[in-house]
Design a protein around this ligand. Structure first.
Ligand SMILES: Nc1ncnc2c1ncn2[C@@H]1O[C@H](COP(=O)(O)OP(=O)(O)OP(=O)(O)O)[C@@H](O)[C@H]1O
Ligand SMILES: [Mg+2]
Length: 256
């Protein structure tokens, strides 16, 4: 379903296989910067698999094979000329389980900008660290303990640190795979608030099992089932007036 604004990323006829087994079948979708896109669907339907095709994270799985075309600003990310390290800076990822590096809070944020050469002087790096932590909604909580280990933070703080780490390299797209599933309701609310604030600056795609969360944070929702994209549309339409029976059954809790 093409959208009116120019999509940040487009997938066309994407198939993903793990060995002989097909996990994603013929998925085409556009995501843009103005909207947060939620991927929903029952466990095992391929949400994570498809999400990982968007920054070639499946490259790290030996048995995985991706067919079809995925573009970022019109450029095929699977072309031989694509620098995968650069791609993953442009299309950042936040995982289900917060995974800060076993380094200081400061170095967690500074790591990416350093290796990508975004800052040479310490003062420039300080600016990036502060602005990234501010945008991740974590600065006030950590500004006096930047030398403490990132792993010493609470789970919710760690997840915001990971979002800050993704932001620090000035990505264009942020992929989040169930970023709140290990967090309590207060930490979850903070991440959701953060997603609201980041919307418009980055294209954001979030996988969630929580229907209320999808309804709260996203403007567009994609429903996956058995490796296919069943329905993709405005979140309010998907939740109030889905076109497909399978979507209706899932959102009303009849299966999944
Ligand atoms: N590394 C892998 N090797 C082989 N098969 C895999 C691998 N990762 C996922 N699969 C298979 O691909 C299918 C889709 O899995 P995927 O993890 O993408 O689903 P999901 O929708 O994210 O599920 P969940 O909601 O439980 O996270 C499943 O059948 C799964 O067993
Ligand atoms: Mg998953």
């Amino acid at each position: 379903m093409p959208q009116s604004s120019t999509p940040k990323m487009s997938a066309r006829n994407v198939n993903v296989f793990y060995g002989e087994k097909q996990a994603i079948q013929n998925v085409s979708i556009d995501v843009d910067t103005d909207n947060v896109t939620a991927f929903i669907g029952p466990s095992g339907c391929g949400k994570s698999t498809f999400l990982r095709t968007l920054n070639r994270m499946n490259d790290t799985v030996a048995s995985a094979r991706v067919e079809g075309e995925i573009t970022l600003d019109g450029e095929n990310i699977y072309s031989s000329g694509m620098d995968v390290v650069q791609l993953r800076a442009r299309v950042g990822m936040v995982f289900q389980k917060p995974n800060p590096f076993p380094k200081s809070i400061y170095d967690n944020i500074a790591y990416g900008p350093r290796i990508h050469g975004l800052a040479s002087a310490k003062a420039d790096l300080d600016v990036i660290v502060e602005s990234s932590l501010r945008r991740a909604g974590l600065w006030d909580e950590v500004k006096d303990r930047l030398k403490d280990s990132g792993t010493a933070l609470s789970g919710g703080q760690q997840q915001r640190l990971c979002i800050g780490r993704a932001i620090a390299v000035e990505p264009e797209v942020i992929l989040m795979d169930e970023p709140c599933s290990a967090l309590d309701p207060i930490a979850t609310a903070k991440i959701e608030e953060l997603i609201h604030e980041l919307r418009g600056r980055y294209a954001i795609v979030i996988v969630t099992h929580n229907m209320q969360q999808a309804a709260r944070v996203s403007q567009r929702t994609a429903f996956f089932h058995l490796g296919t994209l069943v329905e993709y549309g405005s979140t309010s339409e998907i939740f109030t007036n889905p076109r497909e029976d399978r979507t209706k059954d899932y959102i009303t809790g009849r299966y999944g």
